[in-house]
Design a protein. Structure first.
Length: 94
């Protein structure tokens, strides 16, 4: 079974990024491709949104303040079972 998400599929994505400009740019670009995009500025809000909205994919900044991206992904995998959220990690260049 092919579970890939195609551009324009209206799949829900979640962007967890603390840098306002990067978060908004990713949201803008993904929405142009037809995705429904929720955003969060930190891991705690991202986890809450993931629980409420059930995104298919989460794009997570590794260098988040407070709870880093690895911890966010680990928590998402634990709390989203049996429904999975695939995680894509984003590395900043600050």
């Amino acid at each position: 079974m092919d579970t890939s998400i195609q551009s324009g599929s209206r799949a829900r994505l979640l962007v967890i990024e603390d840098a306002d400009d990067a978060r908004e740019m990713l949201k803008f670009l993904l929405e142009i491709k037809g995705y429904v995009v929720d955003t969060a500025p930190d891991g705690y809000e991202g986890i809450a949104l993931a629980r409420a909205r059930s995104p298919a994919v989460a794009v997570i900044d590794i260098g988040l303040p407070g709870m880093d991206g690895w911890s966010v992904a680990t928590t998402l995998r634990r709390v989203r079972r049996p429904h999975s959220t695939d995680c894509v990690y984003e590395l900043g260049s600050r």
